[in-house]
Each structure stands twice: as C-alpha cells, then as structure tokens.
Design a protein around this ligand. Structure first.
Ligand SMILES: [Zn+2]
Length: 408
C-alpha cells in the first residue's frame, strides 16, 4: 500500500480505521522552480497546507489522501503559490483517476451505487458525471446516414423523437419532443442531408411533412411493424368487445389467452391451437378477425409490390360487415398512407432496430432514476452510437520501406 502509483506523490504514513476508511498522509515530491505570476522570480519556502483529496477505493476501503503542499513566496513580485500534483483534480478535490472512475462507472451504474462504492454523496457523483459528459456530448458530431429512421419513445413524461441509422442499426440522436418545429430544426442542421435516400417513419403526419419539405429527394417508407401493428390492434379491439359480454370467469380466461391470438398461426403449438379453436367455436367473429389479422401479416411478407397491392385489395373484400367495425381504422390508415406503406416493397427497411434501441434507452433511464432529458440523451448517444462511428486505428504500411531497390 506504500506505493499509490501516483507519480509525484510520496506516502508518509497510513492509518486504517474501523470505519472502512484508509487515511493516507502524503507529500508532493516535485517543487515549483519559478514563479507563475512573473515567470522569473525566485521562490522561497513559506509554510505549508494539508488538503484532503479522495481516491479510488483500495481493497474495499474508502481512501482519503491528506496531501501536504508547501507554500512558496516569490522574492521578486511577492506572489504566493502552492506545490501542485499532476495527479490531482484541484476543483473536485480528488485524484484524476477517481474523477475518471466516477465518469466511467456512472455510465453503467446508478449514481447512488457509484457514490456508495467510493463513499461520496450521490450529488457529487451526479455533478462530476454531468460535467464530464457535457464536453463529450458537445463534441459529438452525428454522421448523416443513407437510411434515416424517425420514431418515438415515451421518456420522462413525454413522447421524444428518436433518430436512428436504420442500416447500421444504431442511435443517432434524441430530440426533446416530436413536434414539427423541433424535427425541422434538427433535420435542417444535419450535414450532407442530400445523402439521405430513404426515411423510415411511423404514421405521424408531422414527420412526413418535415421530410417532404426538407428531404424532397428521399423516399418515405412507413415502418412495416407499425403497419402490421394496426391489425393487432384491430384484433385487440374485437377481443375486448367480446369480453364485455362474458361472465367474469370467461372474461379473465380470454384475457389470459390473448397472447395466443396475437401469435402467428405457424408459431402456435398443438395445445395452443386447441385452446384457440375452442374460443373460435364459441365466437366465430373472433375467428374472422383472427384470420384477417393473419392474412394482413401475409401481405407484408410478399416479395413484390404489385402482388402486395393486389393482395391488399383482395384482403379488403374479405372483411365481412359484422367485423368491419374493427378493421375500419386499418383500412382508413392504409388508404391515407398507401404509397408510403407499399414503398416498403421497394426499400425493405424497417425501424425494428429503433424498437430495440428504445428499449435500451428506457433501461438507461430506469437505471438512472431521475435523469434530466439532456443527461439521458447524452448517455444514450454516447453508449448506443455505433462503434463503426468511432474512428478506428489501423496499421498503415510505410511504403518507402517497400520500394524495390534498383542497385542490388
Ligand atoms: Zn513572481
């Protein structure tokens, strides 16, 4: 323990107390040579001061370094200065390595758990994390992708816009809300936006109008998962309507079996099929809705736009009057967004990665407990952006050593 691996610090003595703490008495071994104020003056010793700096835990003990710093006075200009250790963060009163340790660990752990581990309070950890995060996030330069994804996630009490690189499956940015003005401002500031050839969105009008106005060359594709979700919602509506007429016991049963209804037929086990067909026997209407849902999914598994459009037209004719009420919204939405929905067959990109990214952001937020939007955004971007975006060092040949010699 005598060597702290701190380059300019020498340990004088160490005291461990019963309180999981290690107190280290130490001094700085390097002296200043000239005055910092006048740059020329000779320095004379003028007392000392001991300052407590915190350090990373050692063998499970909290560490405090009581660092003796000599004071000097300049013979010429009279200025005073103290010895300075290059290992110490003067403002935070801790070692630079503890400062770094806090920042790195606060990325994956809660502020409180980092605070508990090093024996500091949660506020200090939070402040250091924020201070270190700000320059890093401010230097973050998003790279404009060719396939842009725009989606949203409900975070800290509000729907936030989530911008992704669909091809690389990674997060580009998070916007404070999903308003037209916010998104317009963001897209206008994207460098090289002519590079964007496809934009995958959900059926949120403001996204569409911003893209049309600012990226007129790009093709809009409605994310397939948002489209097929419409049919699932129709099915849920039908189930709930049937449930409302059931006894309490049956209602509970049907509610429990709802995940079978949402499953694809091909994924059902024999047992699950029996359960489902039992419900269909009792409620033929439920079977109709289920079959329509399955058929709707099939449309989006076709390989060709023309076939898909024809299949969709056929699908519309299959909706009987008695289940029409459940599928009205699906038909209306598809008709409103037909081109963009069926553009999927030209550009088979979906925002599926965004769902996964949203899940991760939610997890970061949950673990963070009480992040501000800015901190959440920074943390999400810095931990979820693609590794491909970070510059990689590679070996570059030194060709001069490889030139063929003429004189041998
Ligand atoms: Zn001086």
């Amino acid at each position: 323990m005598g060597n702290l691996q701190l380059s300019d610090i020498r340990v004088i003595n160490i005291k461990k107390d019963a309180d999981h703490t290690c107190h280290i008495n130490a001094e700085i071994v390097i002296d200043p040579t000239t005055c910092k104020s006048c740059n020329t003056g000779k320095l004379i010793k003028n007392g000392s001061k001991t300052t407590l700096y915190r350090d990373i835990p050692l063998h499970g003990l909290f560490v405090g370094i009581y660092l003796k710093r000599r004071r000097y006075k300049c013979k010429d200009c009279g200025a005073t200065l103290y010895q300075h250790s290059c290992e110490m963060h003067e403002k935070a009163l801790m070692t630079n390595r503890l400062h770094e340790y806090i920042y790195k660990n606060a990325f994956n752990k809660t502020f409180q758990s980092v605070a508990d581990e090093i024996g500091l309070d949660e506020k200090t950890v939070r402040r250091i994390f924020k201070e270190s995060l700000t320059p890093e996030i401010n230097s973050y330069k998003p790279i404009t992708p060719t396939i842009l994804g725009i989606d949203e996630a409900h975070l800290i009490g509000k729907a936030r816009c989530v911008i992704t690189n669909v091809k690389e499956k990674c997060l580009i940015d998070m916007l404070v809300d999903r308003n037209k003005v916010t998104l317009s401002k963001y897209i206008s500031n994207l460098p090289d936006r002519h590079k964007i050839s496809v934009v995958s969105i959900d059926m949120w009008r403001p996204y569409h109008s911003v893209v049309k106005a600012l990226l007129p060359h790009a093709v809009v594709v409605i994310d397939k998962f948002h489209v097929v979700k419409l049919a699932q919602e129709a099915l849920e509506k039908a189930r709930k309507s049937i449930e409302s007429a059931l006894s309490h016991k049956e209602r509970k049963q049907l509610k429990n079996d709802r995940y079978l209804l949402l499953k694809h037929q091909r994924d059902l086990s024999e047992m699950e099929k029996i359960i489902l067909y039992d419900w269909f026997g009792k409620f033929p209407q439920l079977e109709q809705v289920y079959v329509l849902k399955e058929a709707f999914f099939c449309i989006f598994e076709l390989s060709d736009r023309k076939k898909a459009l024809a299949a969709y037209d056929t699908w519309l004719t299959l909706i009987d009057d008695n289940v029409k009420v459940f599928y009205e919204l699906v038909a209306k939405t598809v008709s409103n967004w037909k081109d963009e929905i069926f553009n999927y067959f030209y550009y088979q990109y979906t925002n599926a990665c965004t769902e996964a990214i949203n899940g991760l952001i939610k997890l970061i937020n949950k673990n963070g407990r009480g992040y501000s939007f800015d901190v959440l955004r920074a943390k999400a971007i810095l931990s979820l952006q693609s590794r491909k975006y970070k510059e990689r060092k590679t070996f570059k040949r030194y060709t001069q050593f490889e030139q063929k010699s003429q004189d041998v």
